[in-house]
Design a protein around this ligand. Structure first.
Ligand code: SF4
Ligand code: SF4
Length: 116
């Protein structure tokens, strides 16, 4: 099964790349009050950059830096109520994560969430 394509507009996240791409090797989506958050969100700072260096999808980042939503981190997901969740993984072809002014992971949202 092809990996989910992730498009994200959370520009304040350390993993955000031009083209609304995510440079993380994997992300984790978790349940929230409304529906689902990206818990891999980390606000931009020097300390965060040092911490997150191990989770960078270097090849994907170099290959697809400016293709809109062209990134494909592995998408782990614990939102059991979503119809795209299969055993802890997202099976949607594409997901859209939003939260343009987010300062914490609770302000991000998976817009592709669909109640099962
Ligand atoms: S909020 Fe999540 S999907 Fe968006 S860039 Fe950050 S880690 Fe990637
Ligand atoms: S679409 Fe559903 S399964 Fe996929 S990441 Fe979003 S909430 Fe999780």
């Amino acid at each position: 099964m092809p990996r989910t394509i992730t498009e994200c507009n959370v520009q304040n996240c350390i993993h955000w790349m031009p083209g609304d791409n995510c440079s993380a090797r994997s992300i984790e989506v978790v349940p929230s009050v409304k529906d689902a958050n990206c818990s891999t969100f980390e606000a931009r700072s020097l300390e965060a950059a040092r911490k997150e260096i191990d989770n960078i999808n270097l090849l994907g980042t170099l290959a697809e830096p400016f293709v809109k939503g062209g990134s494909n981190p592995e998408v782990l997901c614990s939102v059991k109520s979503c119809k795209h969740n299969r055993r802890g993984y997202c099976t949607a072809e594409n997901i859209r994560i939003s939260g343009n002014q987010a300062s914490s992971d609770s302000e991000t949202e998976c817009n592709t969430y669909q109640l099962d």
